[in-house]
Design a protein around this ligand. Structure first.
Ligand SMILES: C[S@@+](CC[C@H](N)C(=O)[O-])C[C@H]1O[C@@H](n2cnc3c(N)ncnc32)[C@H](O)[C@@H]1O
Length: 317
């Protein structure tokens, strides 16, 4: 119990009676409301994806948990993708932010801006330069009439080239085999039912489709040590979670990878960012006490994985 910081514990407990405290979203953290942040996240994910898909921009892109704006997936549409879809548990976006971020992203692409260095990022891009793979289609992608059509789509919310569903709940959110690339950034640590998400992703992705995920395995400052969440007893964890719609799921690195593999994905690349400080596995409670030393030290991971070409959608429905 000493491991838990007072503020999140009090917030968790009060959230049972005060609905206003049931969001884990921090409005003061700009995140995807910043176009340079979105541009950085997009180029970073794409730079890793490009190593495995021949540098092609996927046609249909899904972002899980876009946060403040749809900007990261919008970057894909500006660069030439046909359509993007954001799926979130809650709607944290505002149309005005989406439009502003869209305009600023267009300017970043027009200038062929390399990955901004000032944005603090956990895992590095495979290439810090502007992706050569995007150059070929960029003139066509940045055609003024095309961009005006996409902007009108965001304004009107028609969903033709930019769609958003929040809250999304089940497999029916998207058509089977309709997606070429599904990515998430700082989201999979918040998802309660990780297995369901990978299962649905397998259905939604076309054969040979890709996923990229950046996952933060830290305690998100809920505890005194960065990995102290694995030392909290289940009863105390229930209090800190309270009635919030999401918090963190406490899966370690190996658990996320195992869930991807169990749902038929081939892991092509994984980048881990480790920490040497914090607690050791012997301080953790079960089942976390059984985790490997590597898992106990993994703060961030970036993963590229692929649905096999010969795979079906895995479901009869
Ligand atoms: C830390 S924010 C990350 C936002 C953004 N991707 C970024 O890079 O800043 C976590 C996001 O995950 C969303 N989220 C949590 N659980 C989710 C779920 N089951 N499905 C989709 N999104 C979820 C939250 O609503 C929030 O938008």
């Amino acid at each position: 119990m000493l491991q838990i910081r007072t503020r999140p514990l009090v917030k968790g407990m009060l959230s049972f009676v005060l609905p206003g405290l049931r969001s884990s979203h921090h409005a003061e953290i700009t995140g995807t409301a910043s176009s340079r942040y979105c541009y950085t996240v997009f180029l970073r994910h794409f730079s890793h994806l490009a190593r495995f898909n021949g540098g092609r921009l996927p046609r249909v892109i899904v972002e899980l948990g876009p946060g403040h704006s749809l900007g990261t997936a919008l970057a894909g549409v500006i660069a030439g993708a046909e359509r993007c879809i954001g799926l979130d548990l809650q709607n944290h976006t505002r149309r005005a932010d989406n439009l502003r971020v869209f305009d600023e992203l267009v300017a970043l692409f027009r200038a062929r801006t390399p990955v901004p260095r000032e944005i603090p990022i956990a895992t590095e891009p495979a290439d810090w330069g502007f992706p050569k793979a995007l150059e070929a289609g960029l003139e066509r992608a940045l055609d003024a009439r095309r961009l005006a059509r996409i902007r009108r789509d965001i304004e009107a919310g028609t969903g033709d080239s930019v769609a958003f569903e929040a809250p999304w709940s089940d497999r029916a959110a998207l058509e089977a085999e309709s997606v070429d690339w599904l990515f998430s950034n700082a989201v999979m640590q918040h998802v309660d039912d990780v297995a369901a998400v990978y299962d649905h992703a397998r259905t939604w992705l076309a054969p040979g489709g890709f996923m990229t995920h950046e996952i933060d395995f830290s305690s998100h400052r809920l505890t005194r040590h960065w990995n102290g969440h694995w030392a909290i007893q289940p009863g105390a964890w229930k209090l800190i979670r309270g009635a919030r719609s999401y918090l963190i799921n406490r899966h370690a690195h190996a658990g996320q990878l195992e869930a991807m593999r169990l749902h038929g994905f081939t892991v092509l690349e994984e980048i881990r960012v480790d920490r040497t400080d914090g607690l050791e596995p012997r301080h953790f409670v079960e089942p976390y006490a059984l985790m490997s030393e590597t898992d106990a030290r993994t703060h961030f991971a970036f993963v590229v994985c692929q649905k096999p070409h010969h795979a079906g959608n895995g479901h009869a429905d």
